[in-house]
Design a protein around this ligand. Structure first.
Ligand code: ADP
Ligand code: MG
Length: 465
């Protein structure tokens, strides 16, 4: 989700909260929370007040939950993390301007607002999630080399390793590390233009621009300018690059233009360039030109360190045996490890109880054997719900019932699996653009149509059980 969209949503949530949280608490703790991003159905907020995570989560959890639910139209998770680096920055700026004869509180608020504004501007252009920084990236044997190289690139963009290619399975910290480079550069070399883009969004944007008949050339020029006019380009999940010639051509020229102008390029993928079957040789050799680093699943010590770090930024006391239990049950994927921790932390907030091993076991018990969903599983559940068949989905039937259900199946396949629109199009035997259309149609409809929202939630629940 675009960061501007995230900010808009947060401002809506805040309006709700202004009504439900007492004014003194709202202005002390909630008003200054900074939206950092929205990923994996979780909304992340940052604060420069060390006590805010604890106070807000313990005293106003239910108000926060229902405000989010009201704005999003469904239940979503949220996290509030203390950001030490941001706090440090405020402190420094405050010192600089300490001569002003204003009440100390006023001054503090204004300073805070000012750095937030600058940061927000850069963040909004670069499209980064404020949460993903070097400061909260835990280094272990699994990512030591990747981290060292990424840090070197952040310190010397376009001078040492170019392009930097990071690969590893899903949920191991590729996006985090890549965005950490972006943040480091924004903080330390604010003149450089940083841009983060998911490969899929790049492709979708390209396809949209290509569809404009008369204006197509002008639009394409603008599109190219946008991507060739930056100093640091971060391209996430390149394995989702489509095999279409025009997509390859476009990215190829963007790459060359940036590279030849001595701009830094960072790429991530779930596999090596040579293992991406759709990648043409001339792109592959370019991706292999700089340095390739991998991230593997974290060992036990690293998993515990990651959990400890999370406990610290949430200001939560978690006994070692509880950390150990989580670390032993979530082995291959940091995203799931973090998800498990978030679940526990939400539970103890609602119940207002301390974290113990028993509590953790109770909360995560049913979770550990979670299955991974495939497009087919999703399609089957949707077909059963609407009383049609999966074969109907694959056919070219335009029957209203079938095509309505098909839209939903496409939407949920995209939301619930990690598959690209191209794979989804393959499964349904339809065009990529048709998939995009279905996806966006349902996404919009959920916002205004309660019946549709309920149907989608019912199907989701049936897939979970
Ligand atoms: P990928 O892009 O490889 O799929 P992400 O970068 O999205 O994975 O990481 C998934 C989640 O795990 C993120 O919330 C990220 O902050 C967290 N994470 C991954 N590796 C680390 C790490 N070494 N230290 C702290 N958090 C991590
Ligand atoms: Mg990623």
């Amino acid at each position: 989700m675009d960061i501007l969209e995230v900010k808009k949503l947060w401002s809506d949530v805040k309006s709700e909260l202004r009504e439900t949280i007492p004014a003194h608490a709202f202005y002390s703790w909630v008003d200054a929370l900074e939206p950092a991003g929205f990923d994996n159905n979780s909304f992340s907020l940052l604060t420069v007040h060390m006590m805010a995570p604890q106070i807000v989560r313990h005293s106003y959890y239910s108000q926060m939950s229902s405000a989010f639910e009201k704005v999003f139209g469904r239940k979503i998770d949220f996290s509030i993390d203390y950001d030490a680096a941001l706090a440090e920055k405020y402190k420094k700026e405050k010192k600089k301007e300490s001569a002003r004869p204003k009440s100390i509180y006023k001054e503090e608020e204004e300073d805070q607002q000012k750095s937030m504004d600058n940061l927000a501007q850069m963040q909004s252009f670069s499209n980064l999630n404020l949460k993903y920084k070097f400061e909260n990236f835990v280094v272990g044997e699994n990512n030591r080399f990747a981290h060292a190289v990424a840090y070197t690139v952040a310190q010397n963009p376009a001078k040492k390793y170019n392009p930097l290619f990071i690969y590893g399975a899903s949920g191991l910290g590729k996006t985090h590390l890549m965005q950490a480079i972006g943040h480091y550069i924004i903080f330390n070399k604010p003149k450089l233009k940083v841009k983060y883009i998911k490969t899929e969004e790049y492709v979708n944007e390209l396809i949209k621009n290509l569809q404009y008949g008369g204006e197509r050339n002008a639009r394409m020029d603008k599109f190219r300018q946008k991507y060739r006019n930056i100093d640091v380009l971060l391209i996430d999940d390149i394995q989702f690059l489509e095999s279409k010639t025009y997509t390859m051509e476009e990215i190829f020229h963007t790459f060359d233009s940036l590279y030849n102008n001595n701009k830094q390029i960072v790429i991530t993928s779930d596999r090596l360039p040579k293992d991406i079957p759709t990648l043409p040789d001339r792109l592959r050799t370019r991706f292999e030109m700089g340095i390739i680093v991998d991230i593997t699943p974290p060992d036990f010590e690293t998993r515990v360190a990651i959990l400890k770090n999370l406990a610290e930024v949430r200001c939560l006391d978690v006994p070692f045996e509880a950390l150990e239990y989580i670390a032993n049950n979530y082995v291959n994927n940091v995203r799931e490890l973090e998800g498990a921790f978030n679940k526990v932390s939400a539970f103890v907030d609602i119940e207002k109880i301390p974290v113990t091993l028993d509590v953790v076991k109770r909360v995560l018990n049913c979770e550990a054997s979670k299955k991974e969903l495939t497009i087919e599983m999703v399609a089957r559940a949707v077909s059963e719900y609407y009383g049609v068949t999966v074969a109907d989905f694959l056919s070219s039937s335009r029957n209203q019932k079938v095509s309505g259900a098909r839209h939903v199946a496409v939407y949920l396949a995209r939301e619930l699996t990690e598959k690209s629109f191209e794979s989804i199009a393959d499964f349904f035997r339809k065009k990529h653009t048709t998939m995009l259309y279905s996806y966006e149609k349902i996404k919009d409809e959920i916002k205004v149509n309660k019946d549709m929202e309920r149907a989608v939630n019912d199907i989701k629940n049936s897939l979970r059980s």
